[in-house]
Unconditional design. Structure first.
Lengths: 159, 159, 159, 159
């Protein structure tokens, strides 16, 4: 199979400036490495990651909650308008071989949870801190910088 | 509207004995208070909560991931077979006016996240510990006992 | 298993008077036979079927597209608020052992299609007429009256 | 917005030879016109349309029912693994500005229904024949050849 690696980038629609800068750099670095960015297709972190990917000549695919492709941000190359509301969070992480979480809120947490449920490795940039009552190793690696997150995600998927 | 209160009870399909006992008590206490239990319809905590509700003469509704109603546990009174896989987690918490989380793993975490995204109050019995980077008040109240969780959930929905 | 039979009743939110009267009679007859009505939870045919079931002392379960249980019609006994938009049509027919289609439009057609995809028998009261290019036997039986539709649906599920 | 036109191509996973040849030609012609093919990502008509698009240097996006991107056929350029089962049919047609239906069975019918529910124009190549009881104009145009279907679909979206 000659398909490029797909990495999901998740985070809030109302990202703060630091998160947006990080997301844009993550998108750019993924594109530079030849990976496709999968995101939720809307604003904030999703838009910044799409913008970074596009600026580097790469591809971002926006997976929207609604049925109207025009709701995607302008940097997305292709749009999947799922129509299943917040259940599209499952589609976002299902479509990435690994997941990079940047900041984020409840929607992002649902995506981290689904990603781990599906066994996908998650790399977190200043995102949620989780503690399970009995399990130590949660499969979520914290990264300090966008470069570190991208490098670790690509290494995890053998790319 | 004369509909009874509906409370979602969430937790793992492979609950440990303590969690199962708690879930059964939660189900029983909700039923005794006239509330309907909404759950994921399968085994473990879902089954124990259903069993408790039924034993007290109450109703548990099982909201399944698959399309086969026969996959529901035997204590569920009515079955909704969604066919949308893990996206049914959104349906489980959407159907409760409040949510009681017991122990649980990634699926439960996705439900807690969706519940809070929808603004539903969550009451946790030895479940995930979460820390958001900037937000203090997460809307998740920890309970020490099934009685406390049920009492708080019913109070939160004005019942 | 001692669960009651569940029959899905589908049709448009803007049903015409004849369809509404039929839906109410279908709901009533199902309830009189001890069957639970599964419907989309909103207005029109869904509401009429719920009203009929309730009037006969039976149970209708409303499976909503949105995440707000308050969107259900007032005759629904229990509500599942799926949050997955029109994908809830899959949940409605998945939850019935047989399906009765009354009049209806595109949403109803999607439900008939999903019902048959899942292998559920469909009984149609003045609903869509379908012709497949190569297959003769589509598994959709036309009924002339509500009584006939209900009788055939219950017979099909061995009730 | 400089995004390319997206057209959904739908049909059965077990397409007969004539349907497969048509699907491949539809995919090729769409790609030649610069349009992106959206499909269900699996075999049969979905695979043939993807193959045609790829052979012409174009892009097919596979929108899968499951959560495993590896279930996509080899001709798909990018994969969205929705995890929502047959509810992904809503995502397929929601992502196209117009829909071309080739042959097909119940899944295809659910997609035609959702497409029309969303107001998308449908172009049918030897697919289902539908008759609504009161509505004459269903918004489904029959095409005799792949060329005609593609031309009409592109004209409908102003491309």
């Amino acid at each position: 199979m000659s398909r490029p690696v797909q990495i999901a980038v998740i985070g809030a629609a109302e990202g703060e400036p630091g998160a947006l800068a990080d997301a844009e750099e993550v998108g750019r670095r993924l594109a530079e490495a030849g990976a496709v960015v999968i995101c939720g297709g809307r604003g904030g972190v999703m838009e910044a990651a799409s913008k970074g990917a596009k600026a580097a000549g790469g591809i971002a695919i926006g997976v929207l909650p609604g049925s109207d492709p025009d709701e995607a941000n302008e940097h997305v190359a292709y749009v999947v308008a799922t129509g299943v509301g917040q259940a599209r969070n499952l589609a976002v992480v299902g479509s990435g071989q690994a997941v990079i979480a940047i900041d984020g809120h409840w929607g992002t947490l649902s995506e981290i949870a689904f990603a781990r449920k599906l066994g996908k490795p998650v790399f977190a940039l200043r995102s949620w801190e989780l503690q399970h009552r009995t399990e130590r190793e949660l499969g979520i690696a914290e990264a300090e910088t966008p470069a570190e997150a991208v490098e670790a995600a690509l290494a995890a998927v053998g790319s």
